[in-house]
Design a protein around this ligand. Sequence first.
Ligand SMILES: Nc1ncnc2c1ncn2[C@@H]1O[C@H](COP(=O)(O)OP(=O)(O)OP(=O)(O)O)[C@@H](O)[C@H]1O
Ligand SMILES: [Mg+2]
Length: 422
Amino acid sequence: MESVQAIKQRFGIIGNTPALNRAIEKAIQVAPTDISVLVTGESGVGKESIPKIIHQLSHRKHNKYIAVNCGAIPEGTIDSELFGHEKGAFTGATQTRSGYFEEADGGTIFLDEVGELPLTTQVRLLRVLENGEFLKVGSSKVQKTNVRIVAATNVNMFEAIQKEKFREDLFYRLSTVDINLPPLRERQEDIHLLFRKFASDFALKYKMPTVKLSENAVQLLVKYHWSGNIRQLRNIAEQLSVLEQNRTVSAETLRNYLPTTGNNLPAVIKQTKAESDFSSEREILYKVLFDMKSDLNDLKKLTMELMKNGNTKDVEKNNESLIQKIYGNDTDDDIEFEEHSNDNTFLSIPEHTSTPIIEEAVNDKYHFAEEIEEEETLSLQDKELELIKKSLERHSGKRKLAAAELGISERTLYRKIKQYDL
Ligand SMILES: Nc1ncnc2c1ncn2[C@@H]1O[C@H](COP(=O)(O)OP(=O)(O)OP(=O)(O)O)[C@@H](O)[C@H]1O
Ligand SMILES: [Mg+2]
């Protein structure tokens, strides 16, 4: 059995708090079984690595691993996404389609944000968990599948059960084993370690010297509340790495980056989004310029190789990692894990679209939930389309700038442009 330390290294997990080690140890122990696991913990604590560990250490590792963000798929399409549909089941169902439960037969499905599943979907899920049976939407033919389920949630499931938003029987079925990840504020000895790791990653990414913290700044960092946990720490390390000219950051400077709002995460996100991402054109341009400079250097290297060695195949072989780095996003056919969470999601729609809004990736459930509540005449697609159009207009069709502004990858933007026929 692989040791906890080896697993941490393999999955890039930083930290040595006993509670973190215990969580990883539990994942290692349950991996070879088919027991359902519920991963719990606040937003940004690193829940997503647990199902990956479980899948990779299980006998299912050669079959599919599918991650589904239940909070980001619209209620109307989630059953069809998960269980597939029959041709003609609903308007637009022009062909029979298999769902994730069929595709992942023999493998693992990670149901992220499971607390967001609609009640009707919960009934279908319970049936699969109980006897492996499911029906495609619009079909009466019972199908069988053999899928291991790992679910995750950052909401209080007992509260959800009490409010009748989540079925109690399903909850017990899903949480045969509970793996809890502690919030960052309870892992104080890991905070500086994590910061150093992120700072060194970003130094490499942006080709700049690594930012360091003064002693007082370290104290401030360790005592901070971190309601957005490791995700928030990573964001702040990125901002400091990109924006601070003085590479040794004082407590005073660091304070400017730490939101002083309450402990409530959605509130923090809402009020500090401008700070926690790139809020002005200048900052976006910095980011784009750094990326472009790095791409240019890589391309120079590659061109030089091609000039020296006319044999394209050899150059391709000897520069595999460089090619992957430059074109990786465009050709990642062989990625290890299938992530389906973005397939049916939308850009977060800002309340005021007149100013550039930089948002997290599209599966940010807080924003998503808020938008659903806002009953507006335009559909989400219409709004997203409008947002993309405006951004492209603002940047005279320059996709790199538009993607940075929208907070999505160029590849996702390209997909959206094709999807909307822009
Ligand atoms: N121990 C760790 N070491 C290094 N990076 C980590 C660690 N834990 C989390 N991260 C990083 O922090 C970010 C947030 O982690 P993750 O997406 O797993 O959070 P989460 O618990 O799923 O949050 P949410 O409930 O909001 O989905 C990711 O970029 C992840 O790689
Ligand atoms: Mg997550």
